[in-house]
Write a protein that binds this ligand. Sequence first.
Ligand code: HEM
Ligand SMILES: *[C@@H]1O[C@H](CO)[C@@H](O)[C@H](O)[C@H]1NC(C)=O
Ligand SMILES: *[C@@H]1O[C@H](CO)[C@@H](O)[C@H](O)[C@H]1NC(C)=O
Length: 320
Amino acid sequence: MAINFSSLTILALSATLFLQISIATAQLSTNHYSTSCPRALFTIKAGVLKAVAKERRMAASLLRLHFHDCFVNGCDASVLLDDTSSFTGEKTAGPNNNSLRGFEVIDSIKSELESLCPGVVSCADILAVSARDSVAAVGGPFWAVPLGRRDSTTASLDAANTDIPSPVMDLSDLISAFSNKGFSAKEMVALSGAHTIGQARCVVFRDRIYNESNIFASFATSLKSNCPSSGSDDSLSPIDATTPGSFDNSYFKNLVSNKGLMHSDQQLFSGASTDSQVTAYTNNPAAFFADFASAMIRMGNLSPLTGSSGEIRSNCRKIN
Ligand code: HEM
Ligand SMILES: *[C@@H]1O[C@H](CO)[C@@H](O)[C@H](O)[C@H]1NC(C)=O
Ligand SMILES: *[C@@H]1O[C@H](CO)[C@@H](O)[C@H](O)[C@H]1NC(C)=O
């Protein structure tokens, strides 16, 4: 049979390709608001820059909000819903309670957007763009964020408790927690580089600094005054003690020196399969930035609500 690539065949092939790309990006597009709310991205960026100028840690807190949103039934702003007498949200889940922050910054951006373009910009998209602008504001990479997510009308406390990885996990469980969401071990390592900014409470790393042996001795000692063996659960230490306010590759350099703050951090460099990736990022910050940006786009694409699913909340804390 003669092979004849008729224009019809090519059309069919490109239609298939288009379909695959559409599925892969789940109907999100970087220009989603370009006609419906042209100032949306500028407004979010200005709100993030203002908040980060006021308190640099806010960049870390906003980045983490997007992660804790996406890992729990997809990026649908479920993490932002407040508990009410008849509704239980995710805010009191173990990984979130007394820990997640930045809600007021999202509220303030949302209220500006509601004045500008009422009912148009979703809370889930605000989280995704705020995470990107936060990273860029403190020296990290920049990427185009696919947009068009809608907001959930539900939340899941149980899923927040089971799907967000814990700081006491060993490497194999960290790899599984991310592979459950479609990520490779390499992507897990890249995304963990988010811990190059922000702080953690004593309660999440106490056991490591008092009881683990694969920790640089003077590093452990230096943390103990602010994190006694009992009490002071909420006192904070930077996760990357070297450059806590900058998004760079020093998180990975710390791991190679056994200066990971949490058990889960040090697991990435503990004589096992991910050591080589950690070492690669210590030598090549550009590779870390590129891999982090791609993995963030993939994280942002986790099960978004699109089309007529969900809603555009007018207040991120409650369903319409
Ligand atoms: C690999 C598995 C991960 C574990 C076990 C983990 C665990 C934690 C824990 C326990 C804290 C401190 C919470 C507290 O003290 O209340 C924290 C902070 C943080 N996490 Fe993770 N995390 C992981 C991955 C990620 C990812 C993928 C991101 C983002 C892409 C991220 C971003 C952050 C940031 C920025 C902070 C600091 C937040 C702040 O200062 O407000 N983490 N993480
Ligand atoms: C959340 O934290 C508050 C304040 O520390 C505490 O009273 C409450 O019991 C915690 N909730 C859960 C579900 O752990
Ligand atoms: C260290 O480990 C011991 C034995 O498991 C435990 O009893 C103790 O509470 C741990 N110390 C800290 C500070 O976590």
